[in-house]
Structure formats: structure tokens, C-alpha cells
Design a protein around this ligand. Structure first.
Ligand SMILES: Nc1ncnc2c1ncn2[C@@H]1O[C@H](COP(=O)(O)OP(=O)(O)OP(=O)(O)O)[C@@H](O)[C@H]1O
Ligand SMILES: [Mg+2]
Length: 359
């Protein structure tokens, strides 16, 4: 069942478009992540859904009910939407105990005292903070404070949970733990969740679906495997995982998407166009560093053998990263072994060399 629908949602500040006419649906129980670089409109989208900000156009419905509708002028206040929200700054009340912080949303909703106590205890148990109920936020670590913020957002059983970079104040180790812990809670409660991050690893690890955003627009959305495996835009390839970007000239393209391209001052090679491509002209090639082979690969499909100049090597622990020069353009390659510096051959399957119209 569909929970949330955004239709043509827009937000402008004067002439500046922070969010350009955006369409998006979120299914019940889904963990959806908005992923993109700083300033791409993630928080703007979340604030519009939470009711913390008035959009400039479009429509938001939740379970079939209008939350915002530019045509009718309706814009429900946050309390009428009743969503759970956690921001990057946890904004706990410093003069209240953990227990009291978590109890506040229930008091505001006039939940009777006995039920309130039971729900606070149950929620603190869920986030692993039962033993900390009487402490003040100042007496907790960053990770513990973040759990209090989450407990406070879910204690009233919101129908939608909105999380804006909730783990960004944690160190790398805690962040990893919090990731799986948060995901477990979300799944066990079946909470429809919209999660904002600019951390691609976090997005890949936690999400049912990822929405890649750039400059106020959705570039691509899909399952993590699809976004990583079949990027439909050079930007999603570079932002999710790492990718080499090369300039080339399109010579021809077949119905099967097999494209013949020429690198400037370089060889003709075969690539694959994931989106329809016609005619000739400048194109961008996307190639993942780990998809550059040394030994001849038996494709499905054609494989390019390309002469490069192998350069500097870095040791990464699990393998090597090496800089290669391909007819004046620089490539990074990752693999279990490095090439000897100097001229050498690489093997690249046409299916791994994605060809996009240059935009
Ligand atoms: N009140 C405002 N007035 C003018 N421009 C604003 C205002 N609020 C946000 N913006 C602009 O809107 C754009 C989107 O902002 P938003 O906060 O949604 O980015 P974000 O994707 O959440 O970035 P970050 O990862 O840095 O949090 C930014 O370019 C920002 O400068
Ligand atoms: Mg933000």
C-alpha cells in the first residue's frame, strides 16, 4: 500500500529553486533514503513532508489525505501530521531526564499517565537505554543521546518516521553499530521511514530504495543493487560507489544498446548505452574501478582490450588502487594485484563501459 505521495512538489527562495517539481511515492513499511551532496534539497524535502516548511507548489498526500495542496491552499501544521522526526542535532531538552524527554510527546498528546509510563519504559527498552532513564542528556554519550532522540520520535507510534542525518554526529565505529540497530528497529516495527544522508555506504546498507538527488532534482531512484549496478546517469555512478568518467565521441549505436565510441586521440572501443542513444556526438563513459581486468575475460558480449600506461600504485589493504593513463585521460583501477608501471593491457567488457549522452 502506498503511504506518501509527492506530486510536483516545489520549493523556491526568490529565484533560487531548492526543490524542482518532484514526484515521489513511498510504500507502507518502506525504508526510503534521500541521497545527494550538500545543498541538493534533501532537508528541504523532509521539512516539507514534516510540515516544518511551506512548499511553493505541488501536493503532498499521506494515506490518501492531503497534507499540503497548493491549489486549495491547505498546509497542515506538523502536529496535525503527527510524524516522528529526528534531526542531525538531536535537540533533546537538557533540563529533563531521558525518561521525561521521551515522555513529552505522549504528554502533548494527552496520553494517560499509566499508559505513558508503560510506553516510555517499553521504548527505552527497545533502544537499549532502560538503565539510563533517570540521567540527563548531558550525562550521555553522543550515541546514547541519538537513541533518546529516536525513542522520542517513535514513542507515540507515528505512522511515518523522518530522519535527517541522524547518525552524522557519531564516530565511524558507533555509526556502523547504529546503522544496523536502527534498521532492526525500523523493520521490527514496520515503520515507514524516510532517511536523509549524504553517505552512500549508509544508503546502500540500510535502504529498500534510494533516491539520488542533485541540485533540487531526482536523478535516479531504485533498489540499492540497481542504482549501483545500473546507474542511469553519470552522477549516480559517481555518487554511489566510485566511477571513472571518460570523454569520448559516439560513432554508432545498435538496437541492443551496444555503442561504438572513439576516445580523443585514442582507440575505438565498445560500450553499452543503458538509456536510448541516437546519432553521433560527445558522450561520457562511466567505468567502475573494480571492473577493469588484467587477464582476458570471457564475456557475455564483447570485451575490449585496451593499451594503457600504468602509473602510481596505492596499497588499500584488501587490494591495490592504481592510476592508469588511457590516451591522455586518467583512470583509477582497483584489483587484487597491481600492474607493472609502464605500458600494459587492460580488459574491459563492453557491458561494464556505460555510455551516456554528455549533458
Ligand atoms: N531559507 C533559505 N533561504 C534561501 N536558500 C535556502 C534556504 N534554506 C535552504 N536554502 C537553499 O536550498 C538548497 C537546498 O537546501 P537543503 O537544506 O535542502 O540541502 P541538503 O540537501 O539538506 O544539504 P545538506 O546535506 O548540506 O544538509 C541549498 O542550496 C540551500 O542553500
Ligand atoms: Mg540537510
Amino acid at each position: 500500500m502506498t503511504d506518501l505521495v509527492l506530486t510536483g512538489l516545489r520549493k523556491t527562495y526568490g529565484d533560487f529553486v531548492a526543490l524542482d517539481s518532484t514526484d515521489l511515492t513511498v510504500e507502507q513499511g518502506e525504508f526510503l533514503t534521500l541521497l545527494g551532496p550538500s545543498g541538493c534539497g534533501k532537508s528541504t524535502t523532509l521539512a516539507a513532508i514534516a510540515g516544518l516548511d511551506v512548499p511553493s507548489g505541488g501536493r503532498i498526500t499521506f494515506q490518501g489525505r492531503d497534507l499540503y495542496n497548493a491549489e486549495t491552499g491547505l498546509c497542515l501544521p506538523p502536529e496535525a501530521r503527527n510524524f516522528g522526526v529526528v534531526f542531525q542535532s538531536y535537540a533533546l531538552w537538557p533540563h529533563m531526564t531521558v525518561e521525561k524527554n521521551v515522555s513529552m510527546p505522549l504528554e502533548l498528546r494527552r496520553v494517560p499517565a499509566a499508559e505513558r509510563r508503560a510506553r516510555v519504559a517499553e521504548t527505552l527498552e527497545l533502544v537499549g537505554l532502560a538503565a539510563f532513564a533517570r540521567r540527563y542528556p548531558g550525562e550521555l554519550s553522543g550515541g546514547q543521546q541519538q537513541r533518546v532522540a529516536l525513542a522520542r520520535a517513535i514513542v507515540f507510534k507515528p505512522p511515518l518516521l523522518l530522519l535527517d542525518e541522524p547518525l552524522s554526529n557519531l564516530d565511524a565505529q558507533l555509526r556502523l553499530q547504529a546503522r544496523s540497530w536502527l534498521k532492526d528497529i525500523q523493520r521490527s516495527l514496520g515503520l515507514t521511514t524516510i532517511y536523509v544522508t549524504h553517505d552512500q555506504e549508509e544508503a546502500l546498507a540500510m535502504s529498500d530504495r534510494i533516491v539520488v538527488m542533485k541540485q533540487g532534482r531526482i536523478v535516479q531512484m531504485g533498489r540499492p543493487e540497481d542504482i549501483y549496478g545500473t546507474p542511469l546517469h553519470p552522477f549516480s555512478a559517481q555518487f554511489v560507489g566510485s566511477a571513472n568518467l571518460l570523454e569520448a565521441e559516439l560513432l554508432s549505436v545498435g538496437d541492443d544498446g551496444l555503442a561504438r565510441v572513439r576516445l580523443p586521440n585514442g582507440p575505438e572501443i565498445l560500450g553499452h548505452a543503458p538509456l536510448p542513444l541516437t546519432g553521433a556526438g560527445p558522450v561520457s563513459l562511466v567505468l567502475r574501478p573494480e571492473r577493469i581486468g588484467l587477464a582476458p575475460v570471457a564475456g557475455p558480449g564483447p570485451v575490449n582490450e585496451i593499451i594503457v600506461q600504468a602509473g602510481a600504485v596505492s596499497y588499500l589493504g584488501e587490494g591495490y588502487e592504481q592510476v592508469l593513463d588511457l590516451a591522455g585521460q586518467s583512470l583509477r583501477r582497483k584489483g587484487e594485484r597491481a600492474m607493472t608501471e609502464g605500458p600494459g593491457r587492460i580488459q574491459v567488457a563492453a557491458a561494464d563501459l556505460l555510455v551516456f549522452r554528455k549533458d
